[in-house]
Design a protein around this ligand. Sequence first.
Ligand code: NAD
Length: 250
Amino acid sequence: MTTDLCGLTALVTGGASGIGLATAHLLAERGADVAVLDLDPSGAPAPLRGFTADVSDDRSVRLAVADAAEALGGIDILVNNAGIGAAGTVEDNPDEQWHRVLDVNVLGIVRTTRAALPHLRHSSHAVVVNTCSIAATAGLPQRALYSASKGAVLALTLAMAADHVREGIRVNCVNPGTVDTPWVGRLLDAADDPAAERAALNGRQPTGRLVTAEEVAAAIAYLASPAAAGTTGTALAVDGGMAGLRMRPE
Ligand code: NAD
């Protein structure tokens, strides 16, 4: 039972920033040959192999996955991590925005997995890890669209796990709480009082701080490893206790 990934290949979508970049680095550190698929892969330096694609564009996904599989000599590990956010209630987001976020966050996983499955089927260690969110299971205010998209990612993870378990392909997801990534940095920059907003985000998690991208990467790398060979169809929370703990007000 090892978390070592020597001899394995991995493709990480949204791998040029935040959780995806930390994951790509960790998988490489554990011995995997890693390709990153991103709108702009320039943020992922060597030894990571960068491929440009938009997960909302089926053709670009198919081309990039084929190129990555050729460069890597196959795909053993697929990390579906690319995603975008949206704030607001059901009254705030127009239909176009719903279509856009669902297209990237949900259909993006469908497209990349569909393109990667022929390669995963050739692997004796085939595994998919999706980046979901606490928003899939907790009622977060002002996150109607984003939560709906991540709820779909959770359900999709379970359905994919069932569909491919007999082929020896494991499928799991991670549910991060609020993670200190450039994404959250942008949210804080846009806030009226960034320091107060950061304190509020810290306070929302029982640990009293944001999760780090490296902590989420560690959970993804575990699920992707032989050590997790008995685990499929599950969501691993990396949320500072947000989903599971009921704290008394201080
Ligand atoms: P980030 O913005 O730092 O990185 C996202 C990466 O995805 C970027 O490199 C971006 O270029 C890429 N990307 C975006 N749209 C794409 C597309 N259409 N095609 C290809 N690549 C695309 O964000 P992050 O915080 O690292 O988030 C990564 C994932 O983690 C997302 O799925 C997000 O929903 C999830 N998540 C984040 C948090 C958080 O608090 N940061 C919490 C829970 C879940």
